[in-house]
Design a protein around this ligand. Structure first.
Ligand SMILES: *[C@@H]1O[C@H](CO)[C@@H](O)[C@H](O)[C@H]1NC(C)=O
Ligand SMILES: *[C@@H]1O[C@H](CO)[C@@H](O)[C@H](O)[C@H]1NC(C)=O
Ligand SMILES: *[C@@H]1O[C@H](CO)[C@@H](O)[C@H](O)[C@H]1NC(C)=O
Ligand SMILES: *[C@@H]1O[C@H](CO)[C@@H](O)[C@H](O)[C@H]1NC(C)=O
Ligand SMILES: *[C@@H]1O[C@H](CO)[C@@H](O)[C@H](O)[C@H]1NC(C)=O
Ligand SMILES: *[C@@H]1O[C@H](CO)[C@@H](O)[C@H](O)[C@H]1NC(C)=O
Ligand SMILES: *[C@@H]1O[C@H](CO)[C@@H](O)[C@H](O)[C@H]1NC(C)=O
Ligand SMILES: *[C@@H]1O[C@H](CO)[C@@H](O)[C@H](O)[C@H]1NC(C)=O
Length: 820
């Protein structure tokens, strides 16, 4: 009786006072949620109620974070059946179904309990899970229904993605159609139940991107997430369930994974930054061209940094021409299956494993047995371990074509690919070669020992030992040990403090736009460059984020490699490989150092920068515009290979976009394209412009800004243009390499430089054309009038009147606000 009247009373209270209602997390059969009420989880982390997404006026029931200011919906009940007025009511009906009633009390959405119980209640948990349970089952996870089993586009910590094999339930994420419309869109992410299960993302019914199968510690196609500061994850696979799940390392953090089609990235992991009170992208796919499903076709291997990115596996050759890679590769020599000795396996390292649709896997078969089984089955094309930890165990065999393979610089896996035995001949040949080499080495070493012995007895043996140690170490590195390959990018502050002797001024290399750069040495002797963002620099925040997010994903031999980052308290630090030769400007603008760079070195540098830019513009999936190409951002390693650095200003573009407009013009005077400096319009062609300036600077040894000529007051471009028109290009060449034998190459490079700095972006060549022109001897088009080639006075009048005085320092990257 008391319970009854209490229920009545609370129902009355609920009805009358719900706008001011004390937050409740539970409703029972007699209660309901309407436009004027919500459910709030016990500790206030999540809220359930009615909402309208974006600019839509339709009403939906959803769950969102309660304790952050940015409304972030993580689940939607009636995603396909919106309610068009405020009549919606969510309740438990008398048979224990959760029903959402719309106009005229029609059922627009419902959820059925697995069994009927006397007194079911609907509760919103602090995990973001909406559960229907027996009132008495307070602490059990014996839910009659739960929203975690019916995800929309968001995966929360503790939520399972995948299969319950006992009930046949599949949980997969499906994107919203648009930010205004939560109904199911084109993209979906789930786990496929092949013999060797894998994680896949689809566009409609086509595969779009594979994370690949689980290899015991991570997905084969996502080595970079193996250890990260934010979350732990695993794939559970047993006879009852196959699912992916993640947990936060720190429960107070917030992170979610979303499948979103309106974004250049399809699957994004966000992390909540409580400092800036905003969501930040922590990781996302696809990362680059090579993530495109099956890009290189059968037996093709996608390698970022190679040109073309598609290469055939050992023992295979391109099937079609070199332009259309989708046809993939075919065997150099087919093998005869009946003859056991006609085929063998080549071990290919560092891969994302191929599509597992036609596979057979068994965790208790070892690699040797696996090989034997594969050999004895005609359709088996390859095999490998299913579990790479602890030295490797388990067996997976592939049948039919091997599709969607890519290579990773770090953290890939080995795959044993079946090829004709004579192709392995290369191997036995190699063995002979190895024997020969070893004998030669022994011979030479013996000779050396004898000679050395003559001079100094003891040191010779020591040297040999060292030698062997080095060889052993190198071999070890190549022999798998993938587990150690990719330590988290996250560095501990203590480690950095130690490496730089507490940011000692002796170790300071220079001062960048956002703070000092130090040299450091890690415990293992590796030299690093440490970029420490000044604490006061408010802008540094964005640049730091941008740089970490972008560059961690980029891999190319002409881009500087990020080794790690550190974000601790107020410290924002980036760690790069150390470049002993500093940057290009130290060489080309300095009279004495200039002598060190002959034309062939300069040409090597020019081509390297061009390839690096091409990669940014085209070969990485998201088009990237660097926006700050200049001599001081081109670093040089010990072999004088150029590496593009400083991605703080870079912009990414998804899909078909290729230009943007910004109110905040960033870049460096003297390198900025006119349309960008004046109108804030940036595109790949504005990078091409900067590249052209750089090219002219490398050849002339003069800075575009600060260029001074006795005869006339023009900048470097204007000067070059005048010399071009007067047929006196020779005068532009820096005297220190004027006597090169390859003058035609130099003149051709100036010509290309002039094509790059043409006034109208549409006249400038793309980077891919630049690379082609640099590498061939074809006739080049005539350049038109360059941009910013006018007299200095005119340039000033031409450009923005709001250009601020303080930003005119030559070498410092400037930021202009509102150029118009
Ligand atoms: C919600 O509250 C408003 C104002 O108090 C009232 O006019 C409206 O009828 C209420 N709606 C429902 C569905 O109770
Ligand atoms: C709302 O939906 C109902 C049922 O679908 C329909 O009859 C009604 O015309 C709609 N009202 C408006 C304003 O669109
Ligand atoms: C409760 O809702 C379900 C689903 O709409 C329906 O099948 C069932 O008949 C309803 N029960 C009652 C008592 O209305
Ligand atoms: C979790 O994060 C909070 C807030 O950032 C921090 O105060 C707390 O120390 C962290 N806890 C652990 C165990 O790291
Ligand atoms: C998807 O991406 C778009 C564009 O970034 C954003 O406006 C929208 O809120 C995202 N949707 C979800 C559900 O995160
Ligand atoms: C896996 O292999 C073991 C040993 O060969 C065998 O006992 C077991 O039945 C196999 N399991 C499956 C699922 O095939
Ligand atoms: C080879 O393996 C496939 C897939 O498991 C199987 O269907 C086929 O029967 C096997 N063939 C032989 C000859 O064992
Ligand atoms: C993989 O192998 C390691 C070490 O042998 C073992 O501890 C782990 O449980 C295995 N993982 C799976 C998923 O079988």
């Amino acid at each position: 009786m008391r319970i009854f009247s209490f229920t009545i009373l609370s129902a009355i209270l609920f009805t009358f006072f719900s706008p001011l209602s004390i937050a409740i997390d539970t409703i029972s059969v007699t209660q309901s949620i309407n436009e004027n009420s919500t459910l709030v989880s016990e500790y206030g982390r999540f809220e359930l109620g009615f909402f309208s997404p974006g600019s839509s006026t339709y009403r939906y029931v959803g769950i969102w974070y309660k304790d952050i200011p940015v409304k972030t919906v993580v689940w939607v009940a009636n995603r396909q059946n919106p309610i068009n007025d405020s009549s919606g009511t969510l309740m438990i009906n008398r048979t224990g179904h959760v029903v959402l009633l719309g106009q005229k009390s029609t059922v627009v959405w419902s959820a059925s309990p697995t069994e009927s119980v006397q007194a079911p209640i609907l509760q919103l948990l602090d995990t973001g899970n909406l559960v229907l349970r027996n009132e008495k089952d307070e602490n059990s996870e014996n839910y009659l229904w739960q929203s975690f089993d019916y995800p929309t586009d968001t995966l929360l910590p503790g939520m399972k993605l995948g299969w319950d094999l006992r009930t046949g339930l599949e949980r997969r994420l499906v994107s919203w159609k648009s930010p205004d419309d939560p109904s199911p869109g084109d993209f979906a992410w789930g786990i496929t139940l092949h013999s060797y299960p894998e994680s896949e993302t689809w566009k409609g019914s086509n595969k779009y991107f594979r994370d690949g199968p689980w290899n015991g510690i991570r997905f084969s196609g996502a080595p970079e997430l193996q250890s990260n500061p934010l979350f732990n994850f695993k794939l559970v696979s047993n006879k009852n369930e196959v699912y992916y799940i993640f947990y936060l390392k720190n429960e107070t953090a917030k992170s979610r994974m979303v499948v979103n089609q309106t974004n250049g990235y399809i699957r994004i992991r966000y992390a909540w930054n409580s400092g800036t009170q905003s969501w930040e992208v922590f990781a996302s796919v696809p990362r680059d061209t090579c993530d495109t499903y099956g890009l290189c076709g059968a037996y093709g291997n996608c390698i970022i940094g190679e040109s073309p990115v598609c290469q055939c596996l050992t023992g295979f050759k391109p099937k079609g021409n070199f332009i259309d890679w989708s046809q993939g590769c075919v065997r150099n020599k087919p093998f005869d299956c009946q003859d056991k000795h006609s085929s063998g396996f080549v071990k290919i390292r560092g891969l994302k494993l191929p599509d597992t649709t036609y596979t057979w896997a068994n965790a208790s078969v070892n690699l040797k047995e696996c090989k034997a089984r594969c050999l004895s089955n005609c359709s088996c094309t390859g095999y490998t371990n299913t579990n790479i930890s602890g030295g490797g165990s388990g067996c997976a065999m592939w049948f039919g074509d091997l599709i969607d393979i890519r290579e990773f610089q770090d953290g890939g896996q080995d795959l044993y690919v079946r090829i004709h035995a004579s192709e392995l001949g290369a191997n036995s040949e190699r063995k002979v070669k190895i024997v020969v080499v070893v004998l030669a080495v022994i011979f030479v070493v013996c000779g050396m020992i004898l000679v050395a012995h003559y001079i100094r007895k003891i040191r010779a043996t020591r040297g040999l030992e060292d030698n062997i140690e080095t060889i052993a170490r190198t071999t070890n590195q190549n022999n798998g040990a993938q587990t150690n390959n990719l330590e988290a990018l996250f560095f501990d502050l203590d480690k950095i403090v130690e490496a730089t002797s507490n940011f000692s001024s002796n170790n300071k290399l220079g001062e960048g736009g956002f703070g000092p750069v130090y040299k450091g040495t890690l415990e293992d002797g590796q030299e690093i460059a440490v970029k420490r963002f000044s604490k006061s620099s408010g802008q540094g925040q964005n640049e730091f984020k941008n740089e970490v997010i972008l560059i961690a994903k980029l891999q190319h031999r002409n881009l500087v490699k990020l080794l790690g980052y550190c974000l601790q308290g107020e410290e924002k630090i980036l760690i790069y490989e150390y470049m002993p030769n500093k940057s290009l400007d130290f060489f080309i603008f300095d009279q004495t150092k200039s002598e060190l760079l002959d034309w062939s070195k300069r040409y090597h540098i020019i081509c390297g920068i061009a390839r690096g830019l091409l990669y940014l513009h085209q070969d990485s999936r998201l088009r990237i515009i660097h926006r700050d190409i200049k001599a001081s951002n081109i670093l040089l390693d010990n072999e004088m290979n150029p590496k593009i650095s400083d991605f703080g200003m870079a912009k990414t573009f998804g899909g078909d976009e290729s230009e943007g407009n910004t109110k905040r013009v960033v870049g460096t005077y003297g390198y900025m394209a006119p349309e960008y400096a004046i109108d804030g319009l940036f595109s790949m062609k504005s990078d091409v412009f900067s590249f052209g300036i750089l090219l002219l600077e490398i050849i002339s040894g003069k800075k575009n800004r600060g260029f001074y000529h006795l005869d006339h007051s023009q900048n470097l471009i204007g000067h070059a243009w005048r010399l071009w028109k007067e047929g006196r290009l020779m005068e532009l060449i820096n005297p220190c390499f004027k006597d090169t034998s390859n003058l035609s190459e130099v003149l051709r490079s100036i010509h290309i430089g002039l094509l790059c700095v043409q006034e109208h972006p549409e006249d400038r060549p793309s980077m891919s054309y630049v690379v082609v022109m640099l590498g061939s001897e074809s006739t080049l088009p005539q350049p038109k009038q360059p941009g910013f080639s006018l007299d200095k006075t005119n340039v000033a009048a031409n450009s923005s009147p709001k250009k601020s005085e303080s930003s005119s320092t030559n070498e410092i990257t400037v930021t202009l606000l509102e150029p118009r």
